[in-house]
Design a protein around this ligand. Sequence first.
Ligand code: HEM
Length: 409
Amino acid sequence: MACPVQPGTDFTDPDTLVSGVPLPEFAYLRENAPMFWNPQTRANSSYDDGGFWLATRHADVKAISCAREGWSSAENTAIVKFDGATVGPDERVVQRQMLLNMDDPQHSKVRGIVSRGVFTPRGVGKIEDALRERAVRIVIEAKAKGTGNFVDDVACELPLQALADLMGFPQEDRKQIFNWSNQMMAYDDPDYDVDPSIAAAEILGYAMTLGEERKACPADDIITRLVAASTTDDILTSEEFGFFVLILAVAGNETTRNAISHGMHAFLQNPEQWELYKAERPSTTADEIVRWATPVVMFQRTAMDDVEVSGTEVKKGQRVGLVYSSANFDDTVFEDPHRFDITRDPNPHVGFGGGGAHFCVGANLAKVEIDLMFNAIADHLPDITQLGEPTRLRSGWLHALKEFPVSYG
Ligand code: HEM
């Protein structure tokens, strides 16, 4: 294969993803340079480490994710491309209040508060009937419009409504959560004139206010659970409380929306799979959609010791990007990986992370939401068609769609 990767290519350059995930380049790297040095210039010169390693093979992404020691999510955080300002030491202290960017023992302590009960298959099962009704209402309202932007009309709605139910946000606040979440994630896209730190401060303020309300008047929701952990048991600091609300609001929202949008696009590009889905509704569908979409292109870890990965010496303190978008198309693991196949089984994709301590808390919830939405679409919008190509978000690490024009049929 001719080398499609120029030395010096920065795969976190937002202009790269805006035209699609560079799958041929990742395939080349898996074969020829599975640990590729990705130069990256960062605005804060005292924290400019020159770049990081890209781990592109499925086996390496899994091994690093599952390692019990030797790798840190807190050291440089998990986000591989922040907005220019958010790489200095002060910002890091703030970012480390978020579950995603914690190491043990803090990580296990905080994660334990919500991972038991709420997000297990049983916990999600309790709200499934209510979510099914919501999914049907969403598609019926979209159908009444005739045509529209699938992302705003359909894909964004169930993740927002589910989060509002689970967290205890009033449903009427969900557009506000949608806007905050977009503002926090879209810092590299000129279509959004945003300052993520303002959105973060606003979500934190919102969380604190709801927390005070739940102290006075507890309910059966996550905010009440978190408030109890931060007051009665004194397990969670008030910063950890606020940032927990923030990460759940943002992480559970953007990612699932993108899986649904990319999933619809994949179905419309592969009509035989849409016909198969409408006829048989395979239970393997949601996993294939998450593999195909891989909404998070990569997160990173920092090596805490010198270590060898796929024959490359990674030095203590260096960052390694776990490229989920590459691992999910690794042909040593997935037969015919470029085929969208909703019956794929087994499907050991790493769309929710490569396993281990940070594996996505909301994976069960996300898969139920994806299933419910596509069932509702198949029942009520079976003749949905694409009116134009989707527009992608300009981002260094999110595989996101902003607009997808469709006719609801
Ligand atoms: C298709 C939808 C989703 C995708 C693709 C996705 C992807 C991911 C990935 C790749 C990770 C990091 C794993 C790691 O570092 O090893 C993660 C972590 C996380 N996700 Fe998700 N996610 C989705 C939905 C959700 C939902 C619905 C929620 C919550 C309501 C959620 C909450 C979280 C949280 C809190 C973490 C941090 C876990 C930790 O650090 O311990 N995610 N997710």
